[in-house]
Design a protein around this ligand. Structure first.
Ligand SMILES: Cc1cc2nc3c(=O)[nH]c(=O)nc-3n(C[C@H](O)[C@H](O)[C@H](O)COP(=O)(O)OP(=O)(O)OC[C@H]3O[C@@H](n4cnc5c(N)ncnc54)[C@H](O)[C@@H]3O)c2cc1C
Length: 459
């Protein structure tokens, strides 16, 4: 079924749309001679499927089209637009590598990804602003954690890192309060939706395909490849690449390699390809507050608390956005849906999966006190801002309105322990990204290099 060595797209058995296939072939004939990958890899698979149009899937698809000339890449995204989930609902921070365990994948790929992302943004006209960040200690009881964090950041080679005392804090952020701070001038902000869209355009311009509104519902290994079953989703508004395709169609594609970057669905997709049951995803919602215009100049860059190493989240922080606005957040509380962004969104299957998972109950037993504190912030703007106000006292509950929320894929082991590092499983033609939490947006271009260089090489 699959034309190896040729330029045809992966074949599919049902609902074959010839006109689409032919126009695709014409497009490849036009675009292939112009493709000049910077680091071609000699032995390439001929057809690669990518599941997920978040920043990680897009970065992997782009890396394949750049590095493996002649490879036919098809990206399947179930939503009608790119970056519809974590990538489009995050803080927009390009992390400098302060927090991650030295030597971990996160530490390595964040450092490389940060540099690649800065170059990428400059080349593609995506806004990226190095406005810097302070990690602030407000209480002497935090100093042990603060010192450990500084040691960690130095081991990770965070560029330009400085330790500041209380007086020096106000030289960087005149309205912030603290007894000590780490200043990371290289921490930046960007628009990750704009990055995702630029990646999508680049993939299509170099001959790859991005299929929106196309959900992967089945995967199985077959002789010499991987069979991928997709269904068109009718619950979105459709997208440009859906035009001309028969709605409600089921298609089966055969590819040589499949890379799964499913974010909040990564455990379910992992199970679909026979991967290990752990880690499992428990969704957490993170709500943001927007600071009133009159007060948004009170913070120049970013102001973060010293994180509690027992939790995976960095704590409510002040973050400037590339449009000039100032946000506070996100908090972290159990979400009742993996895909609903309303305050009361609820999905019976998602909640059922969380409640049926023993790891969640072990986690909840250990962390119920933190959960109660977070719940107060969910219910009351005043409680939410009480924590943030310790760092910038002039911004209180009356100065903010509720903004959007993001849903995080928090990976948990069966015993309830949090999975901190990136987790990528690979073998027999299938690579599955099982944990890509923050700073995966920062690290995305480096995660893509890692997958294409190592995971493809091993499979
Ligand atoms: C509140 C919040 C704040 C954050 N802040 C930052 C930050 O400041 N800096 C940073 O670096 N990181 C941050 N992160 C983390 C970062 O956003 C994520 O790590 C990153 O976006 C993960 O990208 P992804 O492509 O793996 O996942 P996603 O962006 O979630 O994309 C996964 C995609 O897969 C698609 N998909 C799922 N199942 C299927 C299927 N069966 N078929 C087809 N498609 C499917 C989904 O529709 C989705 O579009 C934050 C995350 C959150 C939630």
């Amino acid at each position: 079924m699959v034309a190896r060595g040729g330029v045809e797209p992966p074949t599919y058995r049902f609902s074959v749309d010839r006109s689409y296939q032919l126009s695709y072939l014409a497009k490849r004939c036009e675009t292939l001679p112009d493709v000049t990958p910077s680091h071609p890899i000699a032995s390439s698979p001929q057809t690669v499927g990518i599941v997920g149009g978040g920043i990680v899937g897009l970065a992997v698809a782009r890396e394949v089209v750049r590095r493996r000339p002649g490879t036919i890449v098809t990206l399947f995204e179930r939503e009608p637009r790119l970056a519809a989930h974590q990538t489009g609902h995050n803080s927009g921070v390009v992390h400098a590598g302060i927090y991650y365990k030295p030597g971990s994948l996160k530490a390595q790929l964040c450092a490389r990804g940060r540099d690649l992302l800065k170059e990428y943004a400059a080349e593609h006209g995506v806004p990226l602003l190095e406005c810097g960040k302070l990690v602030v200690a407000v209480d002497p009881g935090e100093m042990q954690r603060f010192d450990a964090l500084e040691k960690n950041a130095r081991a990770n080679g965070v560029p330009g890192l400085r330790r500041l005392d209380g007086a020096e804090i106000t030289e960087v952020e005149p309205h912030a309060f603290g007894i000590a701070a780490l200043h990371s001038p290289a921490t930046a902000i960007t628009d990750y939706v704009a990055v995702a869209e630029a990646l999508g355009r680049e993939i299509e311009e170099t001959g790859g395909r991005v299929l929106l509104g196309t959900e992967v519902t089945g995967v199985r290994r077959v002789a010499g490849g991987v069979e991928v079953r997709t269904e068109a989703r009718l619950d979105g508004d459709g997208g440009p690449t859906r035009r001309g395709r028969r709605p409600d169609s089921t298609e089966v594609w055969t590819v040589d390699q499949l890379v799964i970057c499913g974010g909040l669905q990564s455990d379910r997709l992992g199970a679909l390809v026979g991967g290990p049951a752990s880690p499992r995803i428990v969704p957490f919602r993170g709500e943001y507050m927007r600071v009133a215009e009159a007060k948004q100049e009170l913070v120049r860059g970013m102001v973060y608390p010293v994180p509690d190493p027992r939790y995976p989240f960095l704590g409510v922080h002040f973050t400037r956005r590339v449009d000039g606005s100032l946000e506070v957040g996100p908090n972290a509380f159990l979400a009742l849906s993996r895909s609903g962004y309303g305050r009361l969104s609820f999905d019976a299957r998602d909640l059922g999966d969380t409640l049926a998972f023993g790891g969640f109950w072990s986690f909840a037993r250990e962390n119920w006190r933190a959960g109660v504190t977070e719940l107060r912030g969910v219910l009351s703007r005043r409680a939410y801002m009480r924590t943030a106000q310790r760092y910038v006292p002039e911004i209180g509950a009356a100065d903010v309105v509720r903004a959007g929320l993001g849903l995080r894929a928090q990976a948990l082991e069966r015993d309830g322990s949090l999975v901190d590092d990136f987790v990528i499983h690979s073998g027999d033609g299938i690579t599955s990204v099982r944990n890509a939490p923050s700073p995966a947006a920062t690290s995305s271009l480096a995660i893509a290099e890692h997958i294409v260089e190592r995971a493809f090489g091993r499979s």
